[in-house]
Structure formats: structure tokens, C-alpha cells
Design a binder for this molecule. Structure first.
Ligand SMILES: O=P(O)(O)O[C@H]1O[C@H](CO)[C@@H](O)[C@H]1O
Length: 324
């Protein structure tokens, strides 16, 4: 638990020395505070999470302030190739953006989903109202081809179904209701807008269901068949925990998958997927993903997240929380 020394706010150096517990609300506030010390008055309204190989989406921000994860207390380093360990704050089409240039996959951090979804809570504390989430994924749907984009309509959160939820340890009401509704998790009006934007820029955009497995091993053909049978269209090892937390905070979400490989359904076929292949396809397709996100950001309407806490509860909170 973070303590302020008397009435003096902690310095960035002091904040960096804290041992952060991602399931503690005040520790999340301390993390947000450390970021604020580095971005000044910048107040992001839209959050973007870049999937594997998709950091070019964040690299187009103007007047960017880069905050490396090494300068954020409690943030791990995001070491999977194709991810950069930094947050980028800047403008895109006149909107204020906070972009994760590298995400935390549960398989990297001992399936600690609370830790892996902390950046979304920090987005919330810093004022993000809308989240655009992206990932690289394997196709299950046979109509999908390498480099296609799939708008996410709904998700199957396999670790979540198995008891690995990012909100299981969180008892503090400041995080929001733990019984989060996952109906319309991927906002219908934003999906309608995304489809319109794709049409306007002449981009092929499928719509379908994303399934998250724990990884890091890729799926066997029988497992791909299992996912197909339950109605999934694309598969990966991320996103669902982030979206669950975004919904808990009241952030509205739009998400898409970049199809980097075709899931193998045939055990007699030796076609294998590698992370290098995933990155190669992401590299050649990042251009149209970037264009799509830019246009989507341009056309996003204003949105206000409903307050998690009523005014009275907020008044009882420590002074330095009020700015969040
Ligand atoms: O979901 P993103 O971060 O795009 O990464 C995807 O790419 C990796 C596998 O190649 C996995 O981590 C999978 O989830």
C-alpha cells in the first residue's frame, strides 16, 4: 500500500522505488501519478493497445511523449518480440491518445491477469473513455486470408472460464463492480462505425468471435477444431482480460484482429505457425491496420464513462485521489 509522506507528494524516483501490488487501488493511483509526472497536463481520451507487430499504429502519434515501462512503477518490461516496452501519449486526428506499444501477455507473467490488465486500469485513472484494442490472431474461419482484419464482435475468454479472471482478486469498489456484464462488451455503435470506416477506405473487414487461449504454445489441430465447433473465428493469447477490465471501468471498447496465419485443422498436415511468421505478416499488413485506426479515431464521437463512485464516496477518499 502506498503512503504519502506527510502532505508532500512523492517524487517520480520515490514512486519508482515502490513495490506495486496491481490488485491494490491506491497502488494503481501511485502508478497513474508516476505517469502524470511525466506527461504533465496531457489528458488522454482514447486508449489504443497495439498487438504483435502492430506498434506502427502508435508510431503515428503527433507531439508524442514516450514513457518507457522502466519509468513506470510496477510495469513489467513486455518482452515478446514485436512489442515495444513503452506508452506513447500524443495526438491523432486532433484526438488525445494513450497507446500501449507493448502489452503484457498472461503467459509471460505466471498467468497474473490482474497485473497484465493493470494498464487498462491506469488508462481509466488517466481519463480514457474509449479503448481500441488490437491483436495478431490465427484464423479459424476458412473465409479469412493472411493480412485480413476481423472486427471483434464478441469474445471467448478461455482463461476467464477456467477461473483466471483479472478481477478475481479485486475487492475494492473503486475498481468497479466485480459482476461485470460482458454483454455488448464490444460496443455495437462502435462496430457499426468501424464497418462504415472500412467501407469508406475500401478495406476488407470481417466480423467475428475472438477466442483467447492461455498460450504460449500454439494450438493443436484438435484444439483449433474445438474452437471452430464452439463458433470462434480467430484465436490468440491476449485481449480478453483487457476488455473485461475496460468494461469493469465503464470504458467502451472496439477491437480488431489482424489475421497473421491460418489455424491448422488437419493433424496429418505439418503446417506450423511461428511467431516470426506472425510478425512478418503483421509487418506487411500494419499499413492498412494503421490507416483503419487513424480513420476510426477521426470519426469517433465524444463519450463519457459513467462515474464508478458516487460523489459522497469520493469525498471520503484521500485528497490526492481526487485528481483522478
Ligand atoms: O495478441 P498479441 O499481443 O497480438 O500476440 C499474439 O502473437 C503471439 C503469438 O505469435 C501471442 O502473444 C498472440 O497473443
Amino acid at each position: 500500500m502506498v503512503a504519502e509522506k506527510g502532505t508532500e507528494p512523492l517524487t517520480l524516483q520515490e514512486l519508482l522505488e515502490l513495490k506495486i501490488d496491481a490488485s491494490n487501488f491506491m497502488d494503481n493511483v501511485a502508478v497513474a501519478k508516476a505517469i502524470k509526472l511525466q506527461i504533465g497536463e496531457f489528458k488522454p481520451e482514447i486508449g489504443i493497445i497495439c498487438g504483435s507487430g502492430l506498434t506502427p499504429i502508435g508510431e503515428q502519434l503527433e507531439k508524442a511523449i514516450i514513457v518507457p515501462y522502466s519509468q513506470i512503477p510496477g510495469f513489467p518490461r513486455a518482452e515478446v518480440p514485436g512489442h515495444t516496452a513503452a506508452l506513447a501519449f500524443g495526438e491523432l486526428e486532433g484526438k488525445k491518445i494513450m497507446c500501449m506499444l507493448g502489452r503484457f501477455h498472461p503467459y509471460e507473467y505466471n498467468m497474473d491477469l490482474t497485473l497484465c490488465s493493470m494498464p487498462v486500469r491506469i488508462m481509466h485513472l488517466l481519463g480514457v473513455q474509449t479503448l481500441i484494442v488490437s491483436n495478431a490472431a490465427g484464423a479459424i474461419n476458412r473465409n479469412f486470408e493472411f493480412g485480413d482484419l476481423m472486427l471483434i464482435k464478441d469474445q471467448i475468454f478461455l482463461p476467464g472460464l477456467a477461473g483466471y479472471s483479472p478481477i478475481v482478486k479485486l475487492k475494492d469498489p473503486h475498481f468497479g463492480n466485480c459482476f461485470v456484464s460482458m454483454h455488448s462488451a464490444y460496443d455495437k455503435s462502435l462496430r457499426t462505425l468501424a464497418k462504415k470506416v472500412a467501407k469508406d477506405i475500401d478495406l476488407k473487414l470481417h466480423e467475428g468471435i475472438y477466442v483467447m487461449s492461455g498460450g504460449p504454445q500454439y494450438e493443436s489441430p484438435a484444439e483449433v477444431m474445438l474452437y471452430k465447433t464452439v463458433g470462434a473465428d480467430a484465436l490468440g493469447m491476449s485481449t480478453c482480460h483487457e476488455v473485461t477490465v475496460a468494461r469493469q471501468c465503464g470504458i467502451r471498447v472496439v477491437g480488431f484482429s489482424l489475421i497473421t496465419n491460418i489455424g491448422n485443422l488437419d493433424a496429418d498436415n505439418a503446417a506450423e505457425v511461428t511467431h516470426d511468421e506472425v510478425l512478418d505478416v503483421a509487418k506487411f499488413a500494419a499499413n492498412h491496420a494503421t490507416k483503419f485506426v487513424r480513420q476510426l479515431v477521426k470519426e469517433l464521437d465524444d463519450y463519457t464513462v459513467p462515474p464508478l463512485l458516487d460523489k459522497k464516496t469520493k469525498e471520503r477518499m484521500p485528497m490526492y485521489v481526487h485528481e483522478f
